[in-house]
Design a protein around this ligand. Structure first.
Ligand code: IPM
Ligand code: MG
Length: 369
């Protein structure tokens, strides 16, 4: 029997409870497909800091090093709670960015996917949503401002100052642009290149390399768009986008806006792919205000499992089934309190009931060959 080792990083806030639902689904997928998922929970994030004094403990690194894939819950605490942890150990700087760096997970896939049946979640008008939204945001994840040199101090005029560099070399840019073109080739062969070349030199180099890489993909139509304009068009006309590629910080911001046009960041799973290792995570935060209440929707966590099945294990059909299973639960009128208000025909269910319903939808589908 094929065995895959998976490191489970429950994370903080709602992380553990949505992870329970992901595990429920993984066990079902394993059983249906006659494979074995060896699942190892390991501490990560603020909870790890309180438990073992490090937000990315060495023991966790070992489990991740040995895993075939990593499934990670959201991390982070409320602003007040965060202050109890030294700045460099806070889970974003002390765990998440080191995880991305350790496995060089440069290619971040963030689907902004809203089939017509889920259109009621979106704040956009039906005529703007049209047949639904289906965009793949590709974000460079290990370069740019996030990982550039940083310096703070007092300048010659006696003023506090900060200097953060936006750094990329041509290989990094080429690598992510190739991912953009490859993805466009598998979809509609249209690639929106998001940049700010009217101001930033980093975008000028980015676009130079784009022209070079484009030569290898002549079938792909490239649409150039400034990042500020892209923010507007995501609201006004999201249907024009299919694959969008951009640097790290632009991708952080526009992917959250993607969640906004869907109606919730809770509908945003993601895949973070490196040359040798990939990890999967919801794009949203740990929502400490609703943690432990069994009301958070596990869609983004289960969606991250679907992406893992597709990207790490080549189980494309089972991944599709899982997406379909989740859509069916919503289509039958079920929802959770974090996504929907009571009334308006919503059948309100809990985190665990949502997981159970997804499982029973999946169970009813034929097992892929
Ligand atoms: C994301 C998050 C992270 C980021 C934070 C938690 C550091 O917002 O994955 O989009 O900025 O990349
Ligand atoms: Mg973000």
């Amino acid at each position: 029997m094929k065995t895959y080792k998976i490191a489970l990083l429950d994370g903080d806030g709602i992380g553990p409870e949505i992870m329970v639902e992901a595990v429920k689904i993984m066990k079902l997928v394993a059983e249906r497909n006659h494979i074995n998922f060896e699942l190892t929970h390991t501490p990560f994030g603020a909870s790890a800091w309180f438990q073992c004094g490090s937000s990315f403990p060495d023991a966790t690194k070992l489990v991740c090093d040995e895993a075939d894939a990593i499934l990670k819950g959201p991390i982070g605490l409320s602003h007040e709670e965060s202050k109890k942890i030294p700045v460099d150990q806070q889970p974003e700087r002390g765990a998440l960015l080191p995880l991305r760096r350790r496995y060089n997970t440069y290619a971040n896939f963030r689907p902004v996917f809203l089939p017509k049946g889920l259109a009621h979640f979106s704040p956009l008008k039906p005529e703007i949503i049209g047949d639904g939204i289906d965009i793949m945001i590709i974000r460079e994840l290990v370069g740019g401002l996030y990982f550039g040199k940083k310096e703070t101090g007092i300048n010659a005029a006696g003023k506090r100052y900060v200097n953060e560099m936006l750094e990329y070399d041509e290989d990094q840019i080429r690598a992510i642009l190739k991912v953009g073109f490859e993805t466009a080739m598998k979809r509609k062969k249209v690639l929106h290149n998001i940049h700010k070349s009217n101001v930033l030199k980093s975008s000028v180099l980015w676009n130079e390399i784009l022209d070079e890489v484009h030569k290898d993909y002549p079938q792909v139509k490239v649409v150039q768009m400034l990042v500020d304009a892209a923010a507007t068009y995501l609201c006004l006309n999201p249907g024009q986008f299919d694959v969008m590629v951009m640097e790290n910080m632009f991708g952080d911001i526009l992917s959250d806006q993607g969640g906004g046009i869907l109606g919730s960041l809770g509908l945003m799973p993601s895949a973070c792919i490196g040359p040798d290792k990939a990890y999967y995570e919801p794009s949203h935060g740990s929502a400490p205000d609703i943690a432990g209440k069994n009301i958070a929707n596990p869609y983004s966590m289960i969606g991250s499992v679907a992406m893992m099945l597709e990207y790490s294990f080549g189980m494309d059909q089972e991944a599709k089934n899982l997406w379909q299973a989740m859509q069916s639960v919503f289509a039958k009128g079920f929802s959770t309190p974090d996504l929907s208000k009571p009334g308006s025909g919503v059948k309100m269910i809990s985190t665990s009931e949502f997981g159970d319903l997804v499982a029973s939808e999946l169970r009813a589908m034929p097992v892929p060959n």
